[in-house]
Design a protein around this ligand. Sequence first.
Ligand SMILES: *[C@@H]1O[C@H](CO)[C@@H](O)[C@H](O)[C@H]1NC(C)=O
Ligand SMILES: *[C@@H]1O[C@H](CO)[C@@H](O)[C@H](O)[C@H]1NC(C)=O
Ligand SMILES: *[C@@H]1O[C@H](CO)[C@@H](O)[C@H](O)[C@H]1NC(C)=O
Ligand SMILES: *[C@@H]1O[C@H](CO)[C@@H](O)[C@H](O)[C@H]1NC(C)=O
Ligand SMILES: *[C@@H]1O[C@H](CO)[C@@H](O)[C@H](O)[C@H]1NC(C)=O
Ligand SMILES: *[C@@H]1O[C@H](CO)[C@@H](O)[C@H](O)[C@H]1NC(C)=O
Ligand SMILES: *[C@@H]1O[C@H](CO)[C@@H](O)[C@H](O)[C@H]1NC(C)=O
Length: 673
Amino acid sequence: MAPLLLVYSLLFFLLPRSLAVPAPELAALMAMKSSLDPEGRVLTSWALGADPCDGGSFEGVACDGMGRVTNVSLQGKGLTGRLPAAVGGLRSLTGLYLHFNGLSGEIPKEIGELSSLSDLYLNVNNLSGEIPPEIGNLSNLQVLQLCYNKLEGSLPTQLGSMKKLSVLAFQYNQLAGAIPATLGDLENLTRLDMSFNNLFGSIPTRLADVPLLEFLDIRNNSLSGNVSPALKRLNAGFRYENNYGLCGNGFPDLEICGSPDLINPNRPEAFGPKNHSTKDIPESAKVPSNCSEARCSNPSKSPQASLVVGVIGTIVALTVIGLFAFSAYRRRKQKIGSTFDTSDSRLSTDQVKEVYRRSASPLINLEYSSGWDPLAKGGTGFSQEVFESFMFNLEDVERATHCFSETNLLGKSNFSATYKGILRDGSVVAVKCIAKTSCRTDEAEFLKGLKLLTSLKHTNLVRLRGFCCSKGRGECFLIYEFVANGNLLQYLDVNKGSDKVLEWSTRVSIINGIAEGIKYIHANKGKKPAIVHQNICAEKVLIDHWNNPLLSDSGLHKLLADDIVFSTLKASAAMGYLAPEYTTTGRFTEKSDVYAFGKLVLQIIIGKRNITPGMWQGAENCKFEDFMDPNLEGNFSEREAAKLVAIALRCIQESPFCRPSMENVVQELSRLS
Ligand SMILES: *[C@@H]1O[C@H](CO)[C@@H](O)[C@H](O)[C@H]1NC(C)=O
Ligand SMILES: *[C@@H]1O[C@H](CO)[C@@H](O)[C@H](O)[C@H]1NC(C)=O
Ligand SMILES: *[C@@H]1O[C@H](CO)[C@@H](O)[C@H](O)[C@H]1NC(C)=O
Ligand SMILES: *[C@@H]1O[C@H](CO)[C@@H](O)[C@H](O)[C@H]1NC(C)=O
Ligand SMILES: *[C@@H]1O[C@H](CO)[C@@H](O)[C@H](O)[C@H]1NC(C)=O
Ligand SMILES: *[C@@H]1O[C@H](CO)[C@@H](O)[C@H](O)[C@H]1NC(C)=O
Ligand SMILES: *[C@@H]1O[C@H](CO)[C@@H](O)[C@H](O)[C@H]1NC(C)=O
């Protein structure tokens, strides 16, 4: 580039002044030529030495009286290259017309340097990537045509700073995210077409009030919420079909907001532990089935949506009550059939010590029919190699934890206790002790579960070192590598200045790591089947020395009795991680993990366990000051934050079919910076 520039600078001085195109512009034109037309078939008239302003030499180029390039019109020329960053060098450009070509690649951010540009036509090409936010610097732009490309990501809020805009066309792309409320600032906007994209959220009220708006097309998106009555004035100029979450008064085809058709809060409890047949779901309950039927509303705070959220809240509450009732029932039943007392606290320390004293022979099997003996290799379905590498004996475990000394107790749940320990080789581990009464009663299933746990290996999952079962103690032990820096919950709701305040970049990398971990467990890879985590929450994300996140308890539900699994849901439900469809279907899918992930992302960004309605609103409108963790003191990337919020909001769409897969999420995250 530098030598070229030198040549052009020389040319600039040699050519008669009145005719000369400034050297940087000439350089920009030549760079555009080679990029737009890499095969050199189309722009043959763009030749070094010719004058771009003579009205013939440079096809499609027009200049002003000062010899500055003002117009490049190359529409429908069969260009197959890319729009280069060098376009930013054409400082006097007012019109750039490149529509009806086959251009690919991204729109360069340098486009924002064209401060005189009034018309930008890039429609009907194969452009991909995101609309650069720098486009908002085009303060003289009046027409922006980007329709019929393959653009992704969300609409930048900066679009609202182009005050002269009158036409905005984005239809037929793959844009996602919310409609920026800043579009409501465009006082001269007359036409806005966003149809046939993947936009979601509500129509900003401010947009409905744009005075000159004549045409608004939002067809075939996933928009939801109340449609402002102000849009009625557009008559046929307002097109909104195929957005299943929209409602409004006085629009044909739209339901009136607030009609409680979605779920009937009075219906009986829908799920049971064993039988999830659809018969359990009363006729009146409209189970969201997929995007073409379900109302794809995100939890926006429009009146209609809040009603839905409220109803869901009731259902979750009912579920929690049901869970309590059910697990109490199961516990009572268990007491009768078991000599081993398993009342509320399955592993009180006293109990543990008592059992320890009683156990004469430390290494005995769980009481399975065929007498599973961990030492009798073979017959377990494990390969010898896996078996040997994962098998621990009780002595190892006791030694590691100093006989489960209370000083080593890391935590307890209603079915397990976890102790810190040091193995003979010096490595630090966490030993999870699960009462055998909490384990699956079918030996084959339990072994299958163990085998599954040994097959999980990923940098973002807590690594299982081994396991061990003891009849004497009535327990099964899972030995995991120890993760030093606690769980993510401890990093939420922290005080300013605490060393637990995570930096923005750390938050982003934690979100990435969690996504990778979940993607891995959802994938079917060789010996590892696809599984659903079922209990993703801040507490299950452990943080290591390098602030990497590690998911814990993946696959654990495969070892546990059903009612124990259900009892763990109480906590998820209370924390808002439980996907709404669970209450109607009683089933977990990958998409319920995605839902929990979405919640987690918001918690990480906001830095709090509880997300208040004000924060929701702030997040949806990208009003960062309303929701970003003040502990960040403004040290975050708005671009990244906006994208993370957009991803999170997609993950917590009400209908599971409208949520992205974890693979999609990972892809989107990779394009974050
Ligand atoms: C710029 O190009 C457009 C499209 O080809 C054309 O309509 C317009 O008149 C041109 N303007 C100038 C100043 O040449
Ligand atoms: C875009 O690319 C696809 C192949 O990737 C091609 O079939 C199509 O014709 C291209 N569209 C345009 C407008 O060039
Ligand atoms: C252009 O836009 C970007 C991003 O929106 C912004 O950071 C930058 O300051 C703007 N540049 C100018 C010259 O306004
Ligand atoms: C809107 O358009 C009118 C008429 O063309 C013009 O006078 C006014 O300056 C424009 N407003 C803005 C913010 O550009
Ligand atoms: C728009 O949505 C309707 C209803 O879901 C669907 O039948 C139609 O195919 C969609 N059109 C496009 C181009 O996606
Ligand atoms: C599950 O439901 C089906 C159909 O309603 C019934 O035939 C079956 O016995 C039920 N199974 C259990 C375990 O309740
Ligand atoms: C969505 O619904 C349609 C029609 O009810 C059905 O044909 C299709 O298989 C469903 N898709 C999924 C992913 O369930």
